[in-house]
Design a protein around this ligand. Structure first.
Ligand code: ZN
Length: 77
């Protein structure tokens, strides 16, 4: 019997809202994502191995990924 296991990052969307994208300079929908390493068995992530590595924001209009700090100074009114 074979076991297929590995370690890899898994990205999960933790928030979806709108912001003023510094790249597009218009208000767009963003996804706030969090990345974490998981131990996976048969390609199913089972055990989180590390603390959340970091959060980043992806603009769904232009696709640019940027640090989540952009939300601090680019909040919609
Ligand atoms: Zn954008």
């Amino acid at each position: 019997m074979f076991f297929i296991f590995g370690i890899g990052p898994k990205t999960k969307v933790i928030q979806k809202s709108q912001f003023l994208c510094p790249v597009c300079r218009t208000r767009n929908t963003y996804e706030l994502k969090q990345q974490r390493n998981y131990f996976s068995l048969f390609f199913i992530p089972l055990i989180p191995l590390s603390k959340a590595k970091g959060e980043f924001v992806k603009c769904l209009n232009c696709g640019t990924e940027m640090p989540s700090t952009v939300l601090n100074h680019a909040q919609p009114d």
